[in-house]
Design a protein around this ligand. Structure first.
Ligand code: NAD
Length: 362
C-alpha cells in the first residue's frame, strides 16, 4: 500500500513514518510544509529508503494537494499536519484555524475529488485528533469515551474539534471512507522542546528553572509515541469506516508528578551532568501563573480499540519515561540543533532565509 502521511516531519508523524518503513512493506509519501515544528532530521533513519518520498507542501494549497494525489495515487491518507501547541494557539489562534480547519477542508476535498476521478477502491482517510476536543473531566474517575460530547476549551482544541466534525460530515454526506482517532498526550523521542517533558529535561540539564503551571495538579493521560504510531497504523489499515477510536496509555499523572519523576530519573541517569550550583534537579522546580482556560483532567477509555482491534500500549509510564530521558541524553546533537535553530539550515538554500531567524527560544 501507499500511505500519504501529512505532517510527517513532526513529532508523531515522524514516529508513524519510522514505524511504517521499519515494520511494514508499505511505502510513504510525507507531505509537510516544514513549519517551525517540522524537522527532517527526525527522519534521517528512513530518508534513503526507496519506499519513502518527501513532498514539501502546504495542506491549505488546493492545487498542490490535487497534484500530489494525482501523482502518488495513495491508498490511505493519515492526516497529522496541524498546529499543535496550546500556548501558541492562545497567543495566535488564526494559524490554528487556517491549518487545522481550512487545511483539513482542502485535504478532504482533494481526497474526494481523487477518489471520484480515479475510481480508487478501498481508499481510507484517517484523521488524527486529540482527546482535548472533549474538554475538562469533572470527577476523578470518569473517562472520555467515543460518545463523550465535544466541549473544547482552547483555540487549539476548538480547531481540532472543528476538523473532526468536517471529517465526519465528509463521511456522511459524500461517502468518503473516513476513520478518526482521538489520543491523549504523547511523549517520547524527537519531541519538540517547547512541550512539557522535553522542556523539563533540557531545562534541568542546563540548570534553568522548571516552570510548572498553577499548582501542577492538572492530570493528563500519557502515551509513549511509538505505541501511538502502532495504534494509528492499526486503525488506518483495520479500523471500521465511519468509526472513532480513542487511544490512551492508562497513565494518568498530575503534571507535578511527571516533573518529579523526570527529576528522579535525571538524578539516576545524569548525576554527572548536573550543572554547577545545582544540588538536586528538583530544586529547579518553579510554579508559574496558570495557563488561561487550563483543563484540569483528561483521561481516556481505550477499551474500544483494545477490544475491536487488539491494540494495547507496550510501554508503562515508567518504562517509556526512562527510555525518553535516556534518548535525550544520547541525542544531544538532535536537540541542540533544534534549540540553536540550525535544524532549519538546510532550508536556507531553498530561499527560506527567514526561517533561520525564527529561532526557538525557551
Ligand atoms: N502531541 C500530542 O500529544 C498529540 C496528542 C493527540 C493528538 N495529536 C495530534 O497529532 C497530530 C500531530 O501532532 P504532533 O505533536 O506530531 O505535532 P507537531 O507540531 O510536532 O507536528 C506537526 C507537523 O505538521 C506540519 N505542518 C503544520 N502546518 C502544516 C501545513 N499547513 N501543511 C503541511 N504541513 C504542516 C509541521 O511542519 C509539522 O511537521 C496533530 O494533528 C495533533 O493535533 C497530538
Amino acid at each position: 500500500m501507499k500511505i500519504l502521511v501529512t505532517g510527517g516531519a513532526g513529532f508523531i508523524g515522524s514516529a508513524v513514518i519510522r514505524y511504517i518503513i521499519g515494520h511494514t512493506q508499505d511505502s510513504v509519501v510525507n507531505v509537510d510544509k516544514l513549519t517551525y515544528a517540522g524537522n527532517l532530521e527526525s527522519l534521517a533513519s528512513v530518508a534513503a529508503d526507496p519506499r519513502y518520498v518527501f513532498e514539501r507542501a502546504d495542506i491549505c494549497d488546493a492545487p498542490a494537494m490535487a497534484q500530489i494525489f494525482k501523482q502518488h495515487q495513495p491508498d490511505i491518507v493519515m492526516h497529522l499536519a496541524a498546529e499543535s501547541h496550546v500556548d501558541r494557539s492562545i497567543d495566535g489562534p488564526a494559524d490554528f484555524i487556517e491549518t487545522n480547519v481550512v487545511g483539513t477542508l482542502v485535504l478532504l476535498e482533494a481526497a474526494r475529488q481523487y477518489v471520484e476521478e480515479s475510481g480508487k477502491k478501498n481508499f481510507r482517510f484517517h484523521h488524527i485528533s486529540t482527546d482535548e476536543v472533549y474538554g475538562d473531566l469533572e470527577g476523578d474517575t470518569d473517562l472520555f469515551t467515543e460518545e463523550t460530547s465535544y466541549a473544547p476549551s482552547s483555540p487549539y482544541s476548538a480547531s481540532k474539534a472543528s476538523s473532526d466534525h468536517l471529517v465526519r460530515a465528509w463521511g456522511r454526506t459524500y461517502g468518503l471512507p473516513c476513520v478518526i482517532t482521538n489520543c491523549s498526550n504523547n511523549y517520547g523521542p524527537y519531541h519538540f522542546p517547547e512541550k512539557l517533558i522535553p522542556h523539563m529535561i533540557l531545562n534541568a540539564l542546563s540548570g534553568k528553572a522548571l516552570p510548572v503551571y498553577g499548582d501542577g495538579k492538572q492530570i493528563r493521560d500519557w502515551l509513549y509515541v511509538e505505541d501511538h504510531a502502532e495504534a494509528l497504523y492499526k486503525v488506518a489499515t483495520k479500523g471500521k469506516i465511519g468509526e472513532t477510536y480513542n487511544i490512551g496509555g492508562h497513565n494518568e499523572k498530575q503534571n507535578i508528578e511527571v516533573v518529579h519523576t523526570l527529576c528522579d530519573l535525571l538524578e539516576e541517569l545524569a548525576a554527572d551532568k548536573k550543572p554547577e550550583g545545582v544540588s538536586a534537579y528538583k530544586d529547579l522546580i518553579t510554579f508559574v501563573k496558570d495557563r488561561p482556560g487550563h483543563d484540569r483532567r483528561y483521561a481516556i477509555d481505550a477499551s474500544k480499540i483494545e477490544n475491536k482491534l487488539g491494540w494495547t500500549p507496550k510501554e508503562t509510564f515508567e518504562t517509556g519515561l526512562r527510555k525518553t530521558v535516556q534518548w535525550y541524553l544520547d541525542n544531544e546533537k538532535w536537540w541542540s540543533r533544534v534549540l540553536s535553530g540550525d535544524y532549519k539550515l538546510e532550508r536556507i538554500g531553498e530561499g527560506q532565509k527567514d526561517l533561520k531567524e525564527q529561532k526557538y527560544g525557551s
